[in-house]
Design a protein around this ligand. Structure first.
Ligand code: S3P
Length: 421
């Protein structure tokens, strides 16, 4: 089986292909709600995007070549598209208003607004939240950005904003995050250089260099594979092979954690496609062992913390994570939503300031029997549905609509492989 194309790469390629010279053919793109909204927004800004059977074509307009619009850009649920587009709009000499759904409108954009203002953008908002109006400049200012809070979205937005800078922008990543933007920029011919310095990454980019379109094939989303594969781990006599999953080193913290939890997972068929590692992953029923996650590990599996917390409830012994401050500013406050959901399902769980401790059940079942508040967070919704596969009493989620944000065919696909949803 396969999972949808990686959402992070899909968003980046749509934006960077729009800013390139020439036509980019993209295969394997995710057709989730976040991506559909982004395509609509890029079209509003004058980019021609055509959908074929299995691929899409993006006709680039060059950096700074977008059209002005009186319409607002509606980003739906996507924090990534919002931040990446804010970076993109810094290179445009017109004002645009950006809005989102009720969950996105609650998320703080302050950490990104700071560097973008330094680069010359005028940004107005109430309390750093959407709706935001942004007016760029046709030449952004190069900056040195020492990134204190790890965030791939913010790093990427600054990188995109620097594409029209007459000089060198430097980003110091104290805790390195996913690097898909850097990979695509390199492939498209940007003048970008990345150096490792102990734990840090130093990224240097010189702006005002054209990007050139190159065809790209996107592998399956590892965060989606994490959720589907976990179903096999907690179900007896179960085995699932997920083919063509992106296995970029900055995305695999969760799979390394699974190995530490003694999960039966096998990685095979490693290869490089479009400068990214792609593999097949086989997940089989496992007797999991509880473990503790450090701040650095958590930073690299922010999207997998919900499914990790579910697995922890089935593991032998106690598990915990700390340093999840950014978890509070995701599609929901994930520490709160996980705590409430686990508690309601009768799992022993303790709240910490920026994490949780979860005491697992060695007998491989949890009680369940609750209606979970998803707070419109797709990963919370899917994770608790997975928990319901092996709970004594039914688990109900209050909203399944949010799942389409990243994985529109999740319920259908899970039913096909035997889930009783
Ligand atoms: C993403 C980065 C992560 C992740 C999000 C997608 C991206 O957020 O949680 O779902 O595509 O850049 P951070 O910006 O906190 O790293």
């Amino acid at each position: 089986m396969e999972v949808p194309g990686d959402k992070s790469i899909s968003q980046r390629i749509l934006i960077l292909a729009s800013l390139a010279i020439g036509t980019t053919k993209v295969s394997g793109i995710s057709f989730s709600e976040d991506i559909k909204n982004l395509i609509k927004n890029l079209k509003i800004l004058g980019v021609k995007i055509k959908k074929n059977k299995s691929s899409i074509l993006v006709y680039g307009v060059g950096v700074g070549g977008l059209n002005s619009t009186k319409k607002s850009l509606y980003m739906g649920n996507s924090g990534t598209a919002t931040r990446l587009m804010m970076g993109t709009l810094c290179n445009q000499d017109f004002e645009v208003k950006i809005t989102g759904d009720k969950s996105l409108n609650k998320r703080d954009m302050g950490e990104l607004i700071k560097p973008l203002k330094k680069m010359g953008a005028s940004i107005s908002s109430k309390k750093n939240k959407l709706p935001i109006s942004i007016k760029g400049f046709n030449e952004t200012m190069p900056i040195i950005y020492n990134q204190k809070i790890p965030s791939a979205q913010i790093k990427s937005a600054v990188l995109i904003a620097s594409l029209n800078s007459p000089g060198l922008t430097t980003i110091i990543e104290n805790i390195p995050t996913r690097n898909h933007t850097e990979i695509i920029l390199k492939k498209f011919g940007a003048k970008i250089e990345i150096k490792k310095e102990k734990q840090k990454k130093i990224i240097k980019i010189i702006g005002q260099k054209e990007l050139y379109a190159k065809s790209i094939l996107i592998g399956g989303d590892p965060s989606a594979a994490a959720i589907v594969g976990s179903a096999a781990l907690i179900t007896e006599n179960s085995k699932i092979k997920i083919k063509n999953v992106n296995f970029n080193k900055t995305r695999i913290a969760f799979f390394n954690v699974l190995k530490r939890m003694k999960a039966n997972i096998k990685i095979s068929n490693k290869r490089i496609i479009s400068n990214e590692e792609i593999v097949d992953i086989t997940f089989s029923s496992s007797k999991l062992k509880g473990i503790h996650l450090s701040k650095k590990t958590v930073a690299n599996m922010i999207d997998e913390i919900p499914i990790f917390s579910i697995l922890a409830a089935f593991a032998n012994g106690s598990s915990s994570f700390v340093g999840g401050e950014q978890l509070k500013n995701k599609e929901s406050n994930r520490i709160k939503s996980l705590y409430e959901g686990l508690y309601a399902c009768n799992v022993k769980v303790k709240k910490k300031n920026d994490g949780l401790e979860i005491i697992g059940k060695s007998k491989n079942k949890v009680v369940g029997g609750a209606k979970i508040k998803t707070y419109y967070d797709h990963r919370i919704a899917m994770s608790f549905l997975i928990m319901g596969l092996n709970s004594e009493k039914k688990i109900i989620i209050d909203d399944k609509d949010c799942i389409k944000t990243s994985f529109p065919n999740f319920i259908k696909l899970m039913k096909q492989i035997g889930a009783n949803f």
